[in-house]
Structure formats: C-alpha cells, structure tokens
Design a protein around this ligand. Structure first.
Ligand SMILES: NC(=O)c1ccc[n+]([C@@H]2O[C@H](COP(=O)([O-])OP(=O)(O)OC[C@H]3O[C@@H](n4cnc5c(N)ncnc54)[C@H](OP(=O)(O)O)[C@@H]3O)[C@@H](O)[C@H]2O)c1
Length: 435
C-alpha cells in the first residue's frame, strides 16, 4: 500500500468528534477504497487536554494552538471544523499560506469569502473542499459539482434549515406554538440558545448562496438575497394552509429567468401533494430542476455529528486522492472555473399567489374594507376563509389572492396595517406553485 496522507483536525466539537470517530472506526474500509491510509497526525481545540480521542487513531499529537498544527510538515490536509468567521478564517488563510489543502464545514465563511479563498487556493496549488457546509449528510455539492454538472440547472427549491423544519412540522403536527417548540428544540440541542441564525433565516441564506453559486456559477453576496424568517408563523396558519391543501415550510428558492436570478429564503405555502411537504423533522431536502435531466431530489440529515462527519471524511478522501495522484487540475468547489457576476431579479418584481392572514377586532364591513384596498391595488381576491372562533376581539381569518407582484402585496399590507380594527400587521405568505 502507498504511503499514508497526514490529516490535521482543528475543532473537536460536534463535527470534529464525528469526523474522528468515522476516521477511526472506518479506517480499513477507507483504505480499501483509496489504496492508502488517511492518518490523523494532529488535532487541535482550546480544551484539547480534556478531549477523549477514539482509540483506533493511534498516536496523535494534541495542541491548543492551531498555528502549530497548520505548520506541521506531516499535515497535508487541514480540516477546519471550528465554525464562526474569525478564528476559522485565520486558520483557513494560514493553511493555504502553508500550502496545505483545506476541508471545511464552514458555510458562513464560504458564503462570504469562498470565491476569493478559492483563488488563493489555486495560486498555492492546493485544494479546497466544503461538502459539509450545506445540508450536512446530503452530498449536494458533489451532485452539483459533478453528478449533474452536464445538465443546466433552471431552478432548485430546498429545505436547508433542520431547526426551522423541525419547529414547523411540530407546529403542523400538534398545533403547538412557535415559542413552545423553540424551547423543546433548544432542550433537544436542535436550536442554539440564541436561535436567530436559524429562525430568522441567516443560516439558510448562507447555504443558499453556496448552492446557487454551484448551480448557476454566479458570485452572490448574502445581503443581496431576500430573507424572511419563521417568527410570525402560528398554529392557526397550519389550519388554514391545511384547508387550502397546503402546508408551510421555510423554502430556499432559486430560479433562473432571462432577466437574471431569483433567490429568496422565506416561509411559503406549498401544496401538500409536493414531495417537499413530506420533509419532516430535522431533515433537509433539495429538489433540483434541470433543463435536460428534469427533476432530481436529494434528501437526508441536514446536520448531526456523524452525517456531517461523513461529508468531511469523504472530502478528505477526495482531496487525499488528488494529492496522491499529483493532479495539478482541480475541480472548483464552486463547480465553475470562475464565478460570474450575480444578476438579481428584485423580489418586488416577482409574481405569485398570496395567502394573507389577519387578526382583527370583529365588526361589520371588515371584508368589504379589505377587498376595497385589494381592488384599488388591482389585486384579485380568490377566497375568504374563516374557521369558527369565539374570540371576537381577536378574530383570525384568511384571504387568498391571485398571482400578483410582491410590491403590490407589500403596498396593500402596509395600507391594511393602518386600519384601526387590525390587531397586528397582516401576515403575507407566497403560495409556491412552481414545485
Ligand atoms: N453541528 C452540525 O451538525 C453541523 C452541520 C453542518 C456544518 N456544521 C459546521 O461545522 C462547524 C463546526 O460546528 P460544530 O457544531 O462542530 O461546532 P462546536 O461543537 O461548537 O465545535 C467547535 C470546536 O472548535 C473549537 N475551537 C473554537 N475556537 C477555537 C480556537 N480558537 N482554537 C482551537 N479550537 C477552537 C472548540 O474547542 P473547545 O471544545 O476546546 O472549546 C470546539 O471543539 C461550523 O462551521 C458549523 O457551521 C455543523
């Protein structure tokens, strides 16, 4: 068997520990596939002294100083499994400067600075891999980079945040409030103490940036993407969505049209009959629509130590194979040799049917008043739904409207919010019919 390839792992938390467990337990299988062994030569975390390492790894150097790890001559690949955008960025930069290939699970850094990091990786003649950064256990990067790279992606729709999907499907299943399911998700370790990154959409947006770059070859800034979280969704919305034969999911949408690219992260009504409606709990899914191959669907765990560890180990194997074969040609982690400029289509120009949910102080003439505002904005009302309710001072009901522009809906909602019988601003959710 050929000489082994040395690996250095920085970060021994969820993903780091899952990665090491797989590298130890599955070492023989990995060597059979590669024809040589992957050898973890050094690990690093702040509290490295207290970490238990899997016995099967053999002799491993421990350090609390990542600089020591990235400069070791026997480390050929650095796995950055720290997270965040500060130290992790320094580790990646230092690894490249020391001509070590990098495997990372860091969606934030790769979404914000990925193309520039790749440029430096090319100059240094090393490789960069980031499968674990999106959808943990689903090999969606490999699919877009290689599996269906011969196709032309026209659109994709993803459920990319497991925490939100867990929360929404719990609300859907048992009518629990968002606050109650958030507390449970935190107790189960699905949600952070500060849940904003998940429930306000930031995490999903970073993942959308990366998948859209791979699918369409455009350099996208996270701040260019329309983003709305799930904080305003309540159990009553699932009741009304159900009556409309829909459910609600946090959808990451990407669609190429002649004028440019439509990208968004937002809760949307999706038909119960669509496969994405069947994605429950902390699972993720991506539905890709190709011009030639048409529909393909990818489904699996979006996070977790072992599913994400599989993605990291598979990247380590691919990069190690390239090091061994000495190939100077690298497939870009963004699937395109160079990324072009992003041509965003503003969300306000998009046209869709909408679900409008109101909470009002009941009195005669409310529907007529709202219908008048819609008519004035040239929005056609489709249906009015009202579940029996005995709280006349806080009465929920729903109006659905025919496809119209996001701008018209925003204008109508703004005007409606000022009406004195409105308990809160109306909730407007798009009805995603392209699925
Ligand atoms: N969790 C998941 O399921 C999942 C899924 C997909 C992608 N990811 C991504 O994977 C990355 C890691 O996530 P995680 O959940 O494994 O995080 P985590 O459990 O918080 O682990 C982070 C690790 O980094 C170490 N660390 C932090 N600062 C350090 C420093 N200055 N020097 C050396 N080590 C340092 C910590 O050390 P100490 O333990 O010693 O403090 C800890 O071992 C993130 O980019 C995340 O977005 C995670």
């Amino acid at each position: 068997m050929m000489e082994e390839v040395g690996i250095g792992v920085v970060g021994l938390g969820n993903v780091g520990s899952g990665t090491l467990a797989i590298l130890a337990e599955n070492a023989d299988q990995i060597a059979l596939k590669l024809g040589f062994r992957l050898k973890v030569v050094a690990v690093c975390s702040r509290s490295v002294g207290s970490k238990r390492l899997p016995g099967g790894l053999g002799d491993v150097a421990r350090t609390a100083d990542w600089r020591e790890l990235v400069t070791r001559p026997d480390v050929r690949i650095v796995a950055e499994l720290v997270g965040g955008t500060t130290v992790a960025a320094e580790i990646i930069d230092a690894a490249i400067a020391n001509r070590k290939s990098v495997v990372t699970a860091n969606k934030e850094i790769m979404a914000a600075r990925g193309p520039e990091i790749w440029e430096r990786a090319i100059e240094a003649g090393i490789n960069l891999a980031m499968e674990a950064s999106v959808c943990g256990g689903i090999p969606i990067h490999a699919v877009l980079r290689e599996g269906i790279s011969g196709d032309r992606v026209e659109a994709f729709y993803g459920i990319l945040n497991g925490t939100c999907n867990y929360m929404l499907t719990e609300m859907e299943g048992r009518g629990a409030t968002l606050e109650a399911v958030l507390a449970e998700a935190q107790a189960l370790g699905y949600a952070e103490a500060d849940p904003s990154a998940d429930i306000d959409g930031y995490d999903a947006r970073s993942k959308l940036v990366l998948l859209a770059a791979l699918a369409f070859g455009e350099k996208i800034a996270p701040s260019d993407i329309f983003m709305e979280g799930i904080r305003r969704i309540s159990p009553i919305d699932f009741q009304y969505a159900g009556r409309l034969k829909h459910t609600i999911r946090l959808i990451c949408g990407a669609r190429k049209i002649p004028d440019g690219l439509i990208l968004y992260v937002r809760p949307a009504l999706i038909p119960l009959a669509t496969v994405l409606a069947g994605v429950r709990g902390a699972y993720n899914a991506v539905w890709v629509k190709g011009r030639y191959g048409e529909d393909t669907l990818y489904y699996g765990w979006g996070a977790g130590a072992l599913p994400t560890g599989v993605a990291v180990v598979s990247d380590l194997m691919r990069v190690a194979r390239e090091i061994r074969s000495g190939s100077p040609e690298r497939v870009s982690p963004f699937a395109h040799e160079r990324l072009g400029e992003y041509r965003p289509v503003p969300v306000t120009l998009q046209k869709r049917a909408y679900y409008l949910r109101f909470r009002v102080e009941d009195r005669p003439g409310i529907i007529a008043c709202l219908a008048g505002i819609l008519a004035h904005k040239k929005i056609s009302l489709e249906a009015v739904l009202q579940e029996p309710c005995d709280t006349k001072h806080d009465l929920p009901f729903v109006i659905t409207v025919e496809p119209t522009s996001e701008q018209s809906i925003r204008d109508a909602v703004e005007e409606m919010s000022r009406l004195d019988f409105m308990r809160e601003a109306p909730l407007a959710l798009p009805m995603e019919t392209a699925l």
